[in-house]
Write a protein that binds this ligand. Structure first.
Ligand code: SF4
Length: 102
């Protein structure tokens, strides 16, 4: 019987698996603002095609992930969302948080 936790199964369906993973996190060097904006935009475009975007975002919020693009949101957008702001730029998204559904 698989020991894979059901809540992790979504990770196998991630559209960012493979070589494109690198654009979801800042490079290990100084990144110009224009580079960062372009990299994040490219990552968000991949998230828009991802079938597990809501699960991904819910997971990142639940573990308070501090780095990278998760569920189509940047670190700042997730932080804003967690603090009750409207950080979520996506339309029609359903997010599971510790306070329930949104
Ligand atoms: S929503 Fe984005 S970051 Fe999350 S699994 Fe899908 S492609 Fe990857």
């Amino acid at each position: 019987m698989s020991t894979q936790r059901s809540e992790d199964v979504w990770q196998h369906l991630a559209a960012c698996r493979g070589p494109s993973q690198t654009i979801f996190f800042p490079p290990g060097r100084l990144e110009r603002r224009s580079e960062k904006r372009l990299r994040e935009q490219r990552a968000k475009e991949i998230c828009q095609t991802c079938s597990v975007q809501n699960e991904c975002l819910s997971y990142a919020l639940a573990i308070r992930e501090q780095h990278g693009i998760w569920g189509g949101l940047t670190e700042n957008e997730r932080r804003d969302l967690m603090s009750g702001g409207s950080g979520d730029q996506r339309s029609g998204a359903v997010i599971i948080t510790t306070q329930g559904w949104r």
